[in-house]
Design a protein around this ligand. Structure first.
Ligand code: 5GP
Ligand code: MN
Length: 353
C-alpha cells in the first residue's frame, strides 16, 4: 500500500490545525463505514480534538450499531434524525473526512452541504473511481479489503502512533477489526497480504475478535434466517448464462417483518453454486426504486453491471445501485424481466458467455 510520507505530514498538519471536524460516510452506512468513522472519531478525540462529529446520511442499522459503542453517542449525528444539526455541523466544520465513500454524491441528503463547505476535505476510501478533484487530500486505493484497512495504515503512519498499534485507542482498534471483517465477509473476499497484517496487528493489540464475530454473525433475529430460506428456495431464479437474482418486494419485506440491515450478506449466497457467475439482489425501497446489490466471481464485473444498468458502482466484484420505476421499468413487476435482459446483454457484450 503506497501511503506517501508527504500526505501523512499534510494530514497531521490538517488535524493539528482543525477546530471543528466532521466525519462522514456513504448512504446506508455498512459495517466498514461504521468501523472506519468510529475508529477515526475515537482517535481524534484521544488526540485532544473535542469538537469532532460523525455525520451520517442515515442512522446505522441495529445489526451494526454495536460498532459505535466505543464512542459517546452525542458525537454521532444522522441526517434523518437531526437534519438541521447535521447541516450546521458540516457548514461550520474546518476539516471534513469522507470515509468508505468515493464521492459526496454518495452522501445523499448531505451532498450539497458537503460540496459547498469551505472546510479542508480528506478522502480515505477503497472504491473505484474516486472523485479526487473534490478533495484537498486523497488516500484511495482499491487494493485493500476495506476503508478500515486503509485507515488503519494511515493512522499507524501518523507521527503520534509511529507504527505502534498499541498506541491506537482500544475502541478504534475494535472498530477497525469489525469493519474489515464485514467488508471481507469474514476473510472470504477482498483479502490481501496487508489485510492479514492488519488483523495480526489488531489481535496482537488485544482486540476481541471472538466478541466481534459473535455480534456480527450470531445475534440476528429469527426472521432473517426464515427469509433467507424462503428467498433461496422460492424466490431465486438463475438465468442460462449463470446470473442468479432474488427480488424482495414490499409484500415479502412485510411478510417477514424485515428491518434495515437484516438482508446483509444474502446476495453472496447464490455464488456458492458452481454455475452462478453473478448474483443480484433487488430490495424495494419505499421511495420508488429497488436498491440493487451485485456480486460476482472473478472475471465477471459487478462494477460494469451496476454502472451500466443500475446508476451505481462500487468495486469490481461487489457493487450496488438503484432501479427506478417508472423511469427504468414501468412497474416493480417488470424487475425480473429487466434483470434478465440487461445481464444477458452484459454477458454477451463482455464475452462472458
Ligand atoms: P451493497 O450491495 O453492500 O449495498 O454495496 C456493495 C458496494 O457497492 C459497496 O462498496 C457500496 O459502497 C457500493 N455501492 C452500493 N450502492 C451504490 C451506488 O448506488 N453507487 C455507487 N457508486 N456505489 C454503490
Ligand atoms: Mn467498504
Amino acid at each position: 500500500m503506497n501511503i506517501c510520507e508527504q500526505d501523512i505530514q499534510k494530514l497531521d498538519a490538517f488535524i493539528e490545525g482543525a477546530k471543528e471536524i466532521v466525519i462522514t460516510a456513504h448512504i446506508h452506512p455498512d459495517g466498514d463505514a461504521a468501523g472506519s468513522t468510529n475508529a477515526l472519531l475515537c482517535y481524534l478525540r484521544s488526540r485532544g480534538k473535542d469538537n469532532v462529529r460523525i455525520v451520517y446520511p442515515e442512522p446505522l442499522a441495529d445489526t451494526i450499531s454495536f460498532i459505535a459503542e466505543g464512542n459517546d453517542g452525542s458525537f454521532i449525528l444522522d441526517a434523518a434524525a437531526s437534519p438541521e444539526e447535521c447541516r450546521r455541523a458540516v457548514s461550520s466544520a474546518d476539516l471534513i473526512f469522507c470515509l468508505d465513500c468515493n464521492s459526496f454524491a454518495r452522501t445523499g441528503p448531505l451532498e450539497d452541504a458537503m460540496r459547498s463547505s469551505s472546510a479542508r476535505k480528506v478522502l480515505i476510501d477503497h472504491h473505484l473511481a474516486p472523485d479526487s478533484g473534490a478533495f484537498d487530500l486523497v488516500f484511495s486505493t482499491p487494493e485493500v479489503s476495506s476503508a478500515c484497512e486503509l485507515l488503519y495504515n494511515v493512522l499507524l503512519a501518523l507521527p503520534d502512533v509511529g507504527g505502534d498499534v498499541s498506541r491506537l485507542p482500544q475502541p478504534s482498534a475494535e472498530a477497525l477489526m469489525a469493519g474489515m471483517t464485514t467488508d471481507t465477509n469474514n476473510f472470504s473476499n477482498s483479502v490481501y497480504p496487508s489485510t492479514f497484517a492488519m488483523a495480526s496487528g489488531l489481535l496482537g493489540a488485544g482486540v476481541d475478535r471472538d466478541g466481534i464475530l459473535q455480534k456480527l454473525f450470531n445475534e440476528y433475529r429469527e426472521n432473517r434466517l426464515r427469509m433467507m430460506g424462503w428467498l433461496l428456495y422460492e424466490n431465486m431464479r438463475i438465468t442460462d448464462a449463470g446470473v442468479a437474482y432474488m427480488i424482495i418486494t414490499s409484500d415479502t419485506a412485510e411478510r417477514f417483518g424485515i428491518m434495515e440491515g437484516e438482508t446483509e450478506g444474502f446476495v453472496n449466497m447464490p455464488l456458492a453454486i458452481g454455475r452462478v457467475k453473478m448474483s443480484i439482489l433487488l430490495k424495494i425501497d419505499g421511495n420508488g426504486y429497488f436498491r440493487v446489490s451485485v456480486r460476482s466471481k472473478k472475471g465477471y464485473s459487478s462494477n460494469l453491471c451496476a454502472t451500466r444498468y443500475f446508476h451505481g458502482g462500487g468495486h469490481e466484484n461487489a457493487s450496488g445501485g438503484r432501479l427506478f420505476f417508472p423511469q427504468d421499468i414501468p412497474s416493480p413487476d417488470e424487475a425480473a424481466g429487466y434483470v434478465e435482459r440487461v445481464t444477458g446483454e452484459l454477458f454477451k457484450e463482455e464475452g462472458y458467455v
